[in-house]
Ligand binder design. Structure first.
Ligand code: UDP
Length: 408
């Protein structure tokens, strides 16, 4: 019988990184004679500590990133050592590959030192990508220059660490970013990694999804609901939060809005009391939605998003027009693709100070809903996306060849 291969998979400990890597792991283990162990921080799974003491500190990017790179490599080395010792005499248990989220690039160097072949995923950036302003750079965080410095150091380490890799998986598909894929040797686009594509039951959500969303959506006509969600880390100042709320209220059309408890410092409970009373006939606010399910629902008309890469792919694969309000990291570049290259959405750019106004929220949502060009492009994009992960599609073929590589 063929030897079982054991792959160690290491996502960066954040919602938008854990969930695609879990989906990828699921695709790899399905009937392929491959065992995958997913390693993450204690906060998320059976795992090792990230070195941060409290949840409050964990929201501080400077503390979190510094602590992860200081504490986690040692734990990973111990884990690999432990598995090596325990699996003596049992070849099936020995780790043959490490599959690393490149933003958790610190793990690559440890894995190479321990003599293990490497896999990783990366979103490539090249001269063929749409031009972007210096604020669009992945590490840019003009709101806080100390955070920006830490991001820059982290990204630099990613570039350095990527030289330890043998191949690069990315959560994209060839037809979506053909020019970037073409000039990046060894890149294997295997996305979009969606729970629905391969009928996975694990969406990889780190929080409880509000199960009342589907019923609520069922009660609305096709293409009538504005879905509003800004991922797992976006923060709104109280003023921006109120402008958004008033903008949504003024449209008078049904909306489903995800307001995480840590999304703003505004006194949300007090605000919700009167706001929810006013919008009770057409608005619903939840703390965390089953987003993939929501976006696949026929009553959703558009998606007001922060352009996180997972949210972007989920919107594209469901043919939902997008309204973009990026926050940081790759989100600004994703917005350029959405609005300027694929033309499947519009940006909410803010006033002269970059601040959202209720007026812009209202006018841009109405513009997206009224654009036939955007609707047509969305439908085309949906078909392309689905094709890439179907039988004979580019991403499915790449995934199959990756699995062969592990098994060889
Ligand atoms: N998500 C969800 N429910 C929500 C909001 C987001 O399940 O209410 C999921 C969403 O489907 C996506 C992920 O959380 O898969 C967010 O990842 P993304 O890359 O879009 O943004 P990030 O959180 O990394 O900023």
């Amino acid at each position: 019988m063929a030897k079982l291969k054991h792959v160690l998979c290491i996502p960066f400990p954040a919602q938008g990184h854990v969930s695609p890597l879990l989906k990828l792991s699921h695709c790899i283990i399905a009937n392929h004679g491959i065992k995958v162990t997913v390693v993450n921080t204690e906060l998320n799974f059976i795992a090792f500590p990230d070195g941060v003491e409290t949840d409050e500190e964990r929201k501080d990017w400077v503390k979190l990133l510094e602590s992860i790179s200081r504490v986690m490599p040692g734990h990973l080395q111990e884990l690999i050592e432990k598995v090596k010792q325990q699996s003596k005499g049992n070849k099936d248990e020995q780790i043959s590959f490490v599959m690393v989220d490149l933003i958790a690039g610190w793990a690559l160097e440890v894995a190479e030192r321990m003599g293990i072949a490497l896999k990783s995923d990366v979103i490539p950036i090249s001269k063929d990508l749409p031009s972007y302003k210096s604020d669009d750079l992945t590490w840019s965080f003009p709101e806080d220059l100390t955070v920006q410095k830490v991001f820059f150091k982290w990204m630099l380490a990613i570039v350095h660490n990527s030289t330890h890799s043998t191949s690069y998986l990315c959560n994209s598909f060839h037809e979506l970013e053909a020019s970037a894929c073409g000039i990046t040797p060894g890149v294997l686009p295997v996305g979009p990694l969606l729970a629905s594509t391969r009928l996975l039951h694990h969406r990889g959500s780190l929080w409880n999804e509000d199960s009342t969303c589907s019923n609520w959506l069922d009660q609305h006509p096709p293409q009538s609901v504005i879905y509003v969600a800004f991922g797992s880390t976006t923060i709104f100042s109280p003023e921006q939060f109120y402008e958004l709320a008033h903008g949504l209220e003024q449209i008078g059309q049904p909306f489903l809005w995800v307001v995480r408890p840590d999304m703003t410092d505004a006194p949300v409970n007090k605000f919700h009391g009167t706001f929810l009373q006013r919008v009770k006939n057409h608005g619903k606010v939840v703390q965390w939605a089953p987003q993939e399910e929501v976006l696949a629902h026929p009553s959703v008309a558009c998606f007001f998003t922060h352009c996180g890469w997972n949210s972007t792919l989920e919107g594209l694969s469901n043919g939902v027009p997008l309204l973009c309000r990026p926050y940081f990291a790759d989100q600004r570049l994703n917005r350029s693709f959405i609005c300027d290259v694929w033309r499947v959405g519009l940006g909410v750019d803010g006033d002269e100070n970059g601040a959202i106004t209720r007026h812009e929220v209202r006018t841009k949502i109405l513009a997206v809903l009224g654009s036939d060009e955007i609707k047509t492009n969305c439908q085309r994009m949906k078909e392309k996306t689905r094709k890439s992960v179907s039988e004979g599609g580019s991403s499915l073929k790449n995934l199959e060849s990756f699995i062969e590589l592990i098994k060889a």
